[in-house]
Design a protein around this ligand. Structure first.
Ligand code: SAM
Length: 372
């Protein structure tokens, strides 16, 4: 569904800016298919029935703001349909969206997302390491929030940085349950009165994972419910561009001040390319480019097996009766009697008395290609 754009914004109007106003109207003025990713933390529609007190009678600082009030579930659904339609229009065909919510609204969000044509990729549980207790003791402690991650459509070639997520999880695939603390301590922004500047400021760790998982460096992430600008702060730190939309002037001001104070991390710390996205370099191009000569000897790291490099990029195992010849991977597997082998990390060459995996030479070819 394409919304009509009145007075469209230019790139300069929106990139790395916090715009104040109703996000639906603002998104209708943002160029169609210009945004790589969206993170949305919309009103929860908490429907609180009166004040909540702790056992010591102190009042719980719950979310009772006007922006979280809707007359009915129908009104909430209408609002959700409006903002999600406008957001979908801004999203590139291969873009993805994250929406976060609690049991009050996440099921409605998921239903409407699917009806609008988004394609759900995961529901990620943010398990809070320090949740607020259930003071009345009549239900389970509500210790998580849910994020739905969806691509624009079933056909979208959405981005997922599998390798960075795996690295974050100590080399195990990142799971869909994330154990992270609430935003507290020094990270929690306070007003001049010492009170929380915003009732639902999200932790930067959560956004850091979202942004690293689903955007590349330099890409644009839009947040239609910007609040204190957590998305913008983390995006700037990680070398991404952001678009922040927030209807409340006070929150928008807090967000701008917060983001202005952020120093982006150095390029080298954030520009992690997933392995699969790196250009494919055949082993033969190391020989063509003179980094290895035909006749060169490669060995495994312990010098147990060795091969001779041939001019056509094949290698031949030495000291064997069966003349095993083929790709670095095939021969690596054969000499070990293994079903498969990554020849790039298995085979080593000698450089100034040091044995290094031939993957080093592949990286040299890649960086030369990138400079051309
Ligand atoms: C749940 S909070 C987001 C908090 C934010 N993620 C953070 O870390 O600070 C939702 C925000 O959406 C804003 N909001 C609600 N309805 C809006 C609308 N129609 N347009 C723009 N902003 C809206 C509220 O003022 C509130 O700051």
């Amino acid at each position: 569904m394409s919304s009509q754009k009145t007075k469209p914004f230019t790139d300069k109007d929106v990139k790395n800016k916090v715009l104040t106003g109703n996000c639906v109207e603002l998104m209708r003025r943002i160029e169609s298919e210009s945004v790589d990713c969206i993170f949305a933390d919309p009103p929860y529609n908490l429907q609180l029935g009166g004040d909540l007190h702790r056992p010591n009678n102190s009042k719980v600082d719950a979310v009772d703001n006007d922006w979280d009030q809707f007359d009915s579930l129908k009104a909430y659904d209408q609002f959700t349909t409006q903002w999600l339609s406008a957001a979908r229009d801004c999203l590139k065909p291969d873009g993805s969206i994250w929406v976060i919510g609690s049991y009050h609204n996440i099921f409605r969000l998921g239903y409407i997302l699917q009806d609008l044509g988004f394609w759900i990729l995961n529901d990620v549980i943010w398990r809070k390491s320090n949740p607020m207790p259930n003071f009345r003791g009549r239900r389970f402690t509500n210790a998580h929030e849910t994020m739905i991650w969806a691509s624009k459509s079933e056909k979208s070639k959405y981005y997922f940085n599998y390798d960075s997520m795996k690295a974050l999880n100590e080399d195990l695939q990142m799971r869909s349950d994330w154990y992270l603390p609430l935003c507290t301590g020094g990270e929690r922004i306070k007003g001049d009165d010492g009170k929380k500047a915003h009732p639902t400021q999200k932790p930067e760790a959560l956004l850091s994972r979202v942004i690293q998982a689903s955007t590349r460096k330099g890409e644009v992430i839009m947040d239609p419910f910007f609040g204190t600008g957590t998305t913008g702060a983390v995006a700037k730190k990680l070398g991404r561009e952001f678009i922040g939309l927030e209807q409340d002037e006070t929150y928008a001001k807090v967000a701008k001040t917060r983001i202005d104070a952020i120093d982006p991390l150095k390029d080298i710390l954030v520009d992690v390319q997933p392995k699969r996205e790196k250009p494919r370099i055949p082993f033969g191009s190391l020989i063509e480019q003179g980094l290895l000569k035909p006749g060169a000897i490669l060995t495994d790291s312990k010098k147990k097996h060795s091969v001779t490099v041939h001019a056509d990029g094949s290698v031949m195992a030495q000291n064997r009766i069966d003349d095993v010849r083929g790709s670095i991977h095939k021969v690596g597997a054969a000499v070990q009697g293994a079903p498969s082998c990554n020849g790039w990390t298995y085979w080593h060459y000698e450089d100034k008395g040091q044995r290094l995996p031939i993957d080093h030479l592949r990286e040299q070819v890649r960086s030369q290609a990138a400079q051309q």
